[in-house]
Design a protein around this ligand. Structure first.
Ligand SMILES: CC(C)(COP(=O)(O)OP(=O)(O)OC[C@H]1O[C@@H](n2cnc3c(N)ncnc32)[C@H](O)[C@@H]1OP(=O)(O)O)[C@@H](O)C(=O)NCCC(=O)NCCS
Length: 153
């Protein structure tokens, strides 16, 4: 990515799914399937977004926002585009949309070994609220994290 490349964040659409699935498969040991993303495109309270760099999908976030609680269901960035602030921009967009939907806090789960994601979330103001033992494939713990969306925090 050159210094001049601009990132734009927009709602995910069906024509993004080949690119989204390629990133998903490069990012997770148990990737979501196409049907899962298709569901996010139509589900009430679901807000999936992509980050596009010069028109190419560079990352995405799947947000759920219902009443006072929002959740990050999925987020990933193309391995070639990591470390350039794209996940931070996707998360900040998710905060804005969730606040507009009336959410007062955001929650998520992350693999205990996923230091890149845990660092990302901590930098954005999330705190650890608990652990779900053996949550992933019966082996790895899930760390539960939350952030208040009230005020500027
Ligand atoms: C986690 C992930 C989404 C981060 O995407 P990214 O675009 O590279 O992240 P950013 O460049 O926006 O980084 C934002 C912050 O996260 C932190 N961070 C990102 N990658 C990191 C890494 N590998 N190690 C340590 N910290 C990292 C940085 O400290 C950065 O904070 P700073 O801007 O204050 O320095 C990306 O690594 C990814 O797609 N991983 C695979 C999928 C995944 O694990 N998703 C999360 C599931 S819960």
């Amino acid at each position: 990515m050159s210094g001049q490349e601009t990132i734009s964040i927009r709602p995910m659409c069906e024509s993004d799914l080949d690119a989204v699935l390629a990133i998903e498969h490069a990012s997770f040991p148990a990737p979501w399937r196409r049907e899962h993303f298709l569901h996010e495109l139509v589900a009430p309270h679901a807000f999936p977004f992509v980050a596009a760099a010069d028109g190419e999908v560079a990352g995405y976030v799947c947000l759920m926002s219902l009443f006072d609680e929002a959740q990050i269901l999925d987020i990933a960035v193309d391995p070639r585009q990591r470390g350039r602030g794209i996940a931070r921009q996707l998360m900040e967009h998710a905060f804005k949309v969730a606040r507009m939907q009336g959410a007062e806090f955001m929650a998520l789960e992350v693999r205990a070994s996923n230091m890149a994601a845990i660092t990302l979330y901590e930098r954005l103001g999330f705190v650890r609220t608990g652990v779900r033992r053996g949550y992933y494939e019966g082996k790895e713990d899930a760390v539960l994290m939350e952030k208040s969306l009230l005020g500027d925090s």
